[in-house]
Design a protein around this ligand. Sequence first.
Ligand SMILES: *[C@@H]1O[C@H](CO)[C@@H](O)[C@H](O)[C@H]1NC(C)=O
Ligand SMILES: *[C@@H]1O[C@H](CO)[C@@H](O)[C@H](O)[C@H]1NC(C)=O
Length: 433
Amino acid sequence: MRGAGWDGGDVEQRHECPRLRLLVLQLLIVVSVVSPFLIYGWFDGFGNNWLVRRPAVVDVDSLRMRGINLPEPTELAKQLLIRNSLPPRNVDLFPSLGDDRVIIVLYVHYRPSYLKLVVSALSAVHGINETLLIVSHDGFYEEMNAIVESIRFCHVKQIFAPWSPHLYTDEFPGASPGDCENKDDAEKLSCAGNPDQYGNHRSVRIVSLKHHWWWMMNTVWDGLAETKGFDGHMMFIEEDHYVLPNVYRNIQMLVLLKQVRCPYCIAVNAAPLDVKSRGEGFGKLVAEKPGNVGYTFNRTVWERIHLQAKPFCMFDDYNWDITMWSSVYPTFGDALYTLRGPRSSAVHFGECGLHAGYSKEHASECQDSPIDLSNGIENIDRVRNINPRWPLRKVRIKGYASGFRGWGGWGDMRDQHLCLCFSSMYAEPLDHN
Ligand SMILES: *[C@@H]1O[C@H](CO)[C@@H](O)[C@H](O)[C@H]1NC(C)=O
Ligand SMILES: *[C@@H]1O[C@H](CO)[C@@H](O)[C@H](O)[C@H]1NC(C)=O
């Protein structure tokens, strides 16, 4: 068909026509390649080049088609989803990471003065420049963001919980106008919500911490390009945990020792279970019940935790740690120990009531830090102070209070459902063939 005109045409037609077609084709290609950039611009809202931007971490629409119904993100939440997929900062300053690195995850809400102190402590940690620091924010606060953006001492990646109740002012996961409050009778008042086992309705301030913790765990292990193939350990600290300069080297040593000295340990810790204790100070390693300061574990353990997503999300207690002890760990079968040194290398200094620090209005309830650094940091805390040949003392874990049903605060089915969505938002789509 195409050849018909050529064969019958004169010389001029035979040469000019294909050249014109080629030109039009070339023009079409150029236009189709360039036009998206003309329409959307070369840069996104954060000044990142379009060509190197990576896909958003969570595609809410395609998850919905798979039956995973996350709440519709607000405009800010949508921007946070894009931010979460940005590469870490300072990659140019530290071209390679240590093979034996322990990734540090710092989870924060809104206590800027605390965060400043913790960041300055982290800057003095020996070995910090060999690893990645992930800061997970419960919501978005510009002051908190600015403190983290000032970090120059290691690779740092920020993630922001896009379904933080703090980002939703008049709808779930925030409080909605039609919600029941306190001990309201849902039927009489025809308000929304299920009360917990003690008859209390959900409180946004109370549920946000457990939501953030579970969203963060799922995200750092399963939702980031930076950690996808990582099968080492991650250490978790909060914005009111002051780390000492030896914390990283001590944790690395404990990770090695765990494998050979404490096969029944699932984690290592930077501090004793009792947050007020600085440790015994003796020449022994300690295996005990895992505490909340600088707990460190690997993907194998995360996978065991993740398998228990349903008990975690359905347990009626607003504390993530009590939920773990009451609904997740008991399924592991045996008692769970953590390995630590006899002297803490991270110190809990927060004096805010559990929730006082979690809103701007209550920030004043926080007292000054009780940690005494007036004499500076002692030399023993500047270098690794764990001796691998020390004997091990096992502090026997007393049984769980079996039958404990939780302190409540987590009875609303919407919270339980959101928590379950977090558990599956990074799962690969099932192949239905
Ligand atoms: C990391 O910091 C130490 C000092 O603490 C320094 O000797 C070392 O060269 C740094 N490494 C990198 C990759 O910057
Ligand atoms: C992860 O930690 C557990 C508990 O200490 C250990 O049994 C397991 O071998 C570790 N996995 C890897 C891949 O190192």
